[in-house]
Design a protein around this ligand. Sequence first.
Ligand code: AHM
Ligand code: MG
Length: 335
Amino acid sequence: MTSKISLTRYLVEKQRIHDRIPSDLRLLLEVVARACKSISHAVTKGALGDVLGSAGTGNVQGEIQKKLDIIANEVLIEANEWGGHLAAMASEEMEGIYVVPNRYPQGEYLLLFDPLDGSSNIDVNVSIGTIFSVLKKPEANGAGVSEQDFLQAGNRQVAAGYCIYGPQTTLVLTVGDGVAMFTLDSEQGSFVLTQEDVRIPEDTREFAINMSNMRHWAAPVRRYIDECLAGKEGPRGKDFNMRWVASMVADVHRILTRGGIFLYPWDKREPDKPGKLRLLYEANPMGWLVEQAGGAITNGKQRILDIQPGTLHERVSVILGSRNEVERVTGYHAG
Ligand code: AHM
Ligand code: MG
């Protein structure tokens, strides 16, 4: 009989046998997973738990917060602040960083998260998720911790992942040696390894983009989608399918599962904004996962993981997924 491998065992082996992660990082990832379990529980309750609807407040990006945005943010903070492995946290839902209070020991890691991605899907019972990224506090900056410490390029991440709350709750993780997926066994209360060495096919016939913004796109994006839509008779010589969940976690999860390309590009609606998605909480962690699975991610001009962030809530244009398609769209931008 093959025994099931829990997330705990997987992480212990990553630490002990493969020497891939130190014990503090293992503990941190365990705590994040525990918080995701608790968020999954709240999500599942829906109307019965009085967690649906708007909280009546706005976040730093001027977006209306849902009750679950706030609940998920609090769950992540409360779970992580006392363990001794973190120096500070940053969230899409908080204006500034959250420094671990003095009454708790300070660790050397920084945790960044989008507590509940796909907020517009909460009330309609469509998949949503939590996205997270882990950085190390730069040693050069002394004992304290500041916003500046978070402004590190995505290639400095030491762990990244997401947890999708869909028909199943699945945690997807990388610590830099491939991507693994863990499905929540709700009877046992533990995440069980269900796929290792996730690979994204290099080619695809499926794209994901919000087509309602078509008239606002830049020429290279328009050209790429026009060519996909032209199908067999067009320059690509094949038919394409389209999917758009409007939850990045769900769209990325599909791409990790069967390939595809996802675009949330810059557009003319707000020309001064580089894009809608956030570099530190969304693009970097998803980007590292995608690259670790053999895919690619760019902003049309450069690899996203090489971008030096200037501010905590910086936005970015995102093109990710099957390598050959991402390279094609990026090439159109160069031309
Ligand atoms: P959120 O973090 O506030 O939920 O916003 C991010 C989401 C992504 O999950 C998704 O890809 C995108 O916004 C959908 O945007 P749109 O509604 O413009 O299609
Ligand atoms: Mg989000």
